[in-house]
Design a protein around this ligand. Structure first.
Ligand SMILES: N[C@@H](CCC(=O)N[C@@H](CS)C(=O)NCC(=O)O)C(=O)O
Length: 244
């Protein structure tokens, strides 16, 4: 697509998905969409991106995904796939060249169970800073987050591996990473000082080319979050001075 700017209600629908690529409906600051982008990029899959205004969604987007959520994928055949974990599993199966999920059924199940345990991390990056902004008591949420960090740290201590699923980066790492990218924005990154193995994991993640290539600065995350937390998200944050 020729623009990164978001499509809102009333906008003309983009044309059909070109034959040689997939299409990702996204929002530039969505951590769930970032999961799908990481998998697309790691596998070198060609795709274009259509960003959606999530407070004023186009009808044509809601027709594709009645849940109205990004990420949503569309194939040239018009097949639509949504929910971040489902899109990533789909990509891993449809583009098997560089598998991200382990082949043995038990190892695969272990990664999925781990995600069930730790997906809640998504809540804290928004709830805690929003609560702090409103002078609410967030100590309970902070304690839950610390407990989650401790469990992840214990897992890494036990496995003695660089990444969560072994010494090579795999699906579980990419599925959790987008939330960790936002901890500094949420002023929660100092919690990692008490969980050194997990901190080392974040350092290894930051060396990964796919992670590095789509990393937003803390300032960009803060800039977007300010509008989002104030009930007025600017989905085109940072594009104002850019010519598309
Ligand atoms: N369970 C979904 C969550 C995705 C999600 O919450 N996306 C947000 C943007 S970060 C969204 O589309 N929000 C629009 C809405 O809630 O109406 C997934 O894993 O894909």
């Amino acid at each position: 697509m020729s623009t990164e700017k978001c499509f809102a209600k009333g906008s003309a629908a983009p044309g059909p998905v070109p034959k040689d690529r997939l299409r990702l409906y996204s929002m530039r600051f969505c951590p769930f969409a970032q999961r799908t982008i990481l998998v697309l990029n790691v596998k070198g899959i060609k795709y274009d991106t259509v960003n959606i205004n999530l407070t004023d969604k186009p009808d044509w987007f809601l027709e594709k995904n009645p849940l109205g959520l990004v990420p949503t994928l569309e194939t040239p055949a018009g097949e639509v796939i949504y929910e971040s974990l489902i899109t990533c599993d789909y990509l891993d199966e449809a583009y098997p060249e560089k598998k991200l999920l382990p082949a043995p059924p038990f190892a695969k199940a272990q990664q999925k169970m781990m995600l069930e345990h730790f997906s809640k991390v998504a809540l804290y990056i928004y709830k805690i800073p929003k609560g702090r902004m409103k002078d609410q008591d967030v100590s309970g949420l902070e304690a839950e987050l610390k407990e989650m960090f401790t469990r992840l740290n214990e897992h890494l201590l036990k496995t003695k591996t660089k990444f969560l699923g072994g010494d090579a980066i795999t699906m579980i790492d990419y599925m959790l990473w987008p939330f960790f990218e936002r901890f500094e924005m949420a002023e929660l990154h100092h919690f990692l000082d008490d969980t050194p193995e997990l901190k080392k994991w974040t350092e290894h993640m930051l060396e990964d080319p796919a992670v590095k290539s789509i990393l937003y600065s803390v300032d960009a995350h803060r800039g977007f979050f300010k509008g989002y937390a104030g009930g007025n998200p600017n989905y085109d944050y940072g594009l104002e001075e850019k010519t598309n």
